[in-house]
Write a protein that binds this ligand. Structure first.
Ligand code: FAD
Length: 405
């Protein structure tokens, strides 16, 4: 016998959840739209069915890595050097699509392709780009980005304690980095350290597995983004050749900030994807869950929650699309990127909590595919610069006063 929900479905074909209400993905040219669709199909069929298990186990799903490589999105947005190329809008929409199914996989891509490869593409020399980008684009070498330290998070601009000391043709690195995504298993780290000679921050490419004195301890007991492996890196007299110092720029923290300008609004795309995933699963649940003899989706207060969620999602999508357009025109500023990161991550916290609420008790069970988004949203709110730091950047721009202390 059919359940009441099935009976209702038979009587009226219910609309399929669509978190892209304004059809933004259709603004892509056909060849880029095909990439997004390929990513979506991969995430839906290969990642979504297994990801909760990995989340519980605090483990990275290496079983999907070969399929991920075949998507050819290593170095998306970077032109040449075997990278996938494409517009910034494509970079964003792919990040959104990844995060719509799992924020950790989107973060893995953001750290490797955006932060690690992006640093080499933006501040590396021609030789460094030729050497490192092609194997990274093929995901034969995976990268991470080491800026944050155990005692220095928001204050990295002025307070890095990791040191770099020149010794002939090599540099000696000493210090620790914390929270570094992919670090426990990846091949290459971009390490930002303070040159003891001129007190300026410089970037270095460090080969994790072959550099004596370089060690990584996996961080335990996270309650968000559990699939991404974060590590605490310790460097004790690590020798890095001068040829591995990011050379074309990388003479001050301004270069680090250039990299972060791009990746912060990438976080805006990721967090928008998180909202979409939570919304879709909440809407499906609302269409099926019966209370008082009716699907809960037919109740006014549930529809109010869903409409609010969709409003948040659509506002965030429009915002990040504009940041991508500005980035494609080479006009995106650090302040614009900061506003997008702060606004979208704050809205995400609202959206995922409404989605969780809509599921009642089942909202706290991983099995219903909302709880993971709910928890992961917290990490996105804080990483790549916290909400407060982004708002201080915006506040300085709009008032003319710096409130940084
Ligand atoms: C899951 C995850 C992944 C990460 N991945 C990486 C990575 O791959 N590489 C990397 O380098 N880092 C990474 N990070 C680090 C991340 O960028 C930092 O956590 C973030 O910048 C905040 O630093 P903190 O955690 O030390 O917080 P703190 O800087 O200690 O801040 C604590 C609180 O104080 C507030 N605060 C600080 N200063 C001010 C101020 N002047 N005015 C007002 N409020 C202030 C902050 O907003 C925050 O609420 C990751 C973090 C997480 C959680």
């Amino acid at each position: 016998m059919a359940s009441p929900a099935q009976e209702i479905k038979k009587a009226v074909a219910l609309p399929k959840p669509n978190p892209d209400f304004y059809n933004l993905v259709e603004t892509l040219p056909p060849h880029e739209l095909a990439v997004v669709k390929q990513v979506r199909a991969f995430m839906e069929t290969k990642v979504a069915p297994i990801i909760n298990k990995y989340w519980v186990e605090d483990a990275f799903p290496f079983e999907v890595l070969s399929g991920f490589k075949e998507l050819n999105i290593g170095g998306l947005g970077i032109q040449g050097y075997g990278c996938a190329g494409g517009s910034q809008l494509l970079v964003g929409l792919v990040a959104m699509e990844l995060a719509r199914f799992d924020a950790s996989i989107a973060t893995f891509q953001g750290v490797h392709s955006g932060l690690a490869m992006g640093s080499i593409a933006l501040v590396g020399s021609e030789e460094q780009k030729q050497k490192w980008l092609p194997p990274m684009a093929r995901l034969e070498k995976i990268g991470c980005f080491g800026l944050t330290e155990p005692l220095v998070g928001s204050g990295t601009g002025g307070g890095l304690t990791t040191t770099a000391k020149r010794d002939g043709d090599t540099w000696i690195l000493n210090g620790q980095k914390r929270w570094i995504g992919n670090a426990p298993w990846c091949d290459i780290s971009i390490i930002w350290a303070r040159d003891v000679a001129d007190n300026q921050v410089k970037g270095f490419i460090v080969e994790n597995k072959t550099t004596p004195g370089f060690s990584v301890e996996k961080m335990q007991n996270k309650i968000a983004l559990k699939v991404v492996q974060n590590g605490q890196i310790t460097m004790k007299d690590c020798r890095v050749p001068e040829t591995n110092r990011l050379a074309s720029g990388s003479q001050s923290f301004r270069d680090t900030a250039r990299v972060l300008r791009g990746t912060r609004y990438y976080a805006g795309w990721e967090t928008t994807g998180v909202q979409m995933g939570a919304y879709e699963n909440a809407l499906k649940y609302a269409q099926e869950r019966m209370q008082f003899g009716k699907p809960i989706g037919s109740f006014q207060l549930i529809q109010d929650l869903l409409a609010r969620m969709l409003g948040n999602i659509t506002a965030c999508q429009c915002m990040v699309v504009r940041t991508a357009q500005l980035a494609d025109e080479g006009k995106l500023t650090e302040k614009q990127s900061a506003l997008a990161k702060a606004f979208t991550t704050a809205k995400t916290r609202e959206t995922v909590s409404w989605a969780r609420e809509l599921l009642g008790g089942n909202g706290i069970l991983l099995d219903y595919n909302v709880a993971r988004f709910f928890a992961d949203a917290e990490a996105l709110y804080s990483y790549e610069g916290t909400f407060q730091m982004q708002n201080l950047i915006v506040g300085k721009e709009i008032t003319g006063f710096s409130a940084f202390v």
